[in-house]
Write a protein that binds this ligand. Structure first.
Ligand SMILES: *Cc1c(COP(=O)(O)O)cnc(C)c1O
Length: 381
């Protein structure tokens, strides 16, 4: 990946001057830091960052500068990254399945918080991790609702198993906690409500008072133009439900947003290679590049078409079929994409709110998607 050394005023200035054919990802540190402060000021507990959504060093450094003091890490690479960039930060190793060599690595790097969703993996931790001052959170799942895709398909114990695991955690001398992940891009605050109530039932049935409740990620970013993320409504519901469900035994709360923190600090640009026979739009980026996740969870509709001078195309929005550059027919943005009808070869297509699960999945398949990261003061188009 290339890195533009200059700091640009906004994406349009860069596009006008540089005329990039290859994809560009514009990063506004000011937007990332203000989103981080919105979480820190509004969330009633500790805000940690799920590194997997965007492990860029510029992201980690700006989050730390804004006051983020904890990170959800899932691999030795991520533990190493945080240990190097933020040596004093807490690391929560919340990938519930780990090899023995990964566990040994994390113990050596001072990880003091782990999650688990099965008896076999819990026994591995009990065997290998010193219990003193160390937290193990039991991760549970409920039947899905309201999320963009089903996180429970891979991880999470049933409520019944979670109750047994929580008892075992406490008996083995670890600090007992509970965690869940309601699913990604949850726009309905109620996605958290039923989980928090179920956590209180698990704690009660196990007879174990929990130290912390980690309410996961899943906080939405701005994917639909008429649906700005209602973060404060979610924080408020989490706060109220935790008090109602746990009463005097209310645990400390933790959240671990990925998307909700990083997505809206980035805007992408790809160039129009062709408007084939006036119909299909071919871009220099697609689902093997920054738009990988759009194929899984649907289109972001905050898309603008800019001409070569960086001016917005003013035509009415019309449905188009949009392909990426590779020779693979899967390389298509989902559904019909609404684009200005006067879109032309050489234009730029800018997608806003594209910072999560994009740069980290960018591949060089077929020799495409050579990406430049450009820092901007503002993302205004
Ligand atoms: C991926 C992940 C997150 C972040 O999810 P978002 O939907 O991006 O907020 C948080 N916690 C865990 C355990 C995860 O695996």
């Amino acid at each position: 990946m290339g890195l533009s050394k200059t700091i640009w005023t906004n994406p349009t200035e860069y596009l006008r001057v540089m005329q990039p054919d290859n994809p560009v990802l514009f990063f506004a540190p000011s937007v990332l830091q203000s989103t981080a402060r919105r979480f820190i000021d509004g969330f009633p507990g500790l805000v940690t960052y799920a590194v997997k959504s965007n492990p860029g060093e510029e992201v980690i450094i700006n989050l730390a500068a804004a006051g983020v003091r904890g990170f959800d890490v899932a691999s030795p690479f991520e533990i190493d990254l945080i240990g190097r960039l933020c040596p004093d930060a807490a690391m929560h190793y919340n990938n519930p399945v780990r090899s023995r060599s990964e566990i040994a690595f994390a113990v050596d790097r001072g990880v003091k918080s782990w999650s688990v969703d099965s008896a076999s993996e819990l026994e591995k931790l009990i065997e290998m991790v010193p219990a003193e001052g160390c937290e193990i959170s039991v991760r549970f799942k409920l039947p899905v609702r309201g999320a963009a895709y089903n996180f429970g398909a891979k991880f999470g114990a049933t409520v019944e198993l979670a109750t047994i695991l929580l008892k075992r955690v406490a008996e083995a001398g670890f600090i007992p906690s509970i965690t869940f992940h309601p699913g990604t891009q949850c726009t309905d605050p109620e996605a958290w409500g039923s989980y928090i109530r179920a956590a209180a039932v698990i704690s009660g049935d196990a007879g174990v008072r929990i130290a912390r409740l980690n309410v996961g990620g899943g906080f939405p970013s701005h994917r639909k133009s008429d649906e700005a993320p209602a973060l404060e409504a979610i924080f408020d519901l989490i706060d109220r439900t935790a008090t109602e469900a746990f009463g005097a035994e209310r645990p400390a709360l933790v959240c671990e947003p990925g998307r909700g923190l990083c997505a809206d600090a980035f805007t992408s640009s790809a160039r129009v290679k062709s408007v084939r026979d006036g119909n299909h739009v071919f871009l220099t980026d697609g689902v093997y590049g920054l738009y990988n996740e759009l194929a899984q969870i649907g289109i972001i509709d905050r898309i603008e078409v800019l001409d070569e001078q960086g001016n917005r195309r003013a035509g009415a929005k019309a449905p188009r079929i949009v392909f990426g550059p590779t020779c693979d027919s899967v390389d298509r943005l989902p559904g019909d994409v609404m684009l200005a009808e006067d879109i032309a070869e050489g234009d730029f297509v800018a997608v806003q709110g594209i910072g999560a699960y994009s740069i980290v999945l960018n591949s060089r398949f077929n020799g495409f998607h050579e990406l430049t990261l450009a820092t901007v003061l503002s993302l205004k188009l």
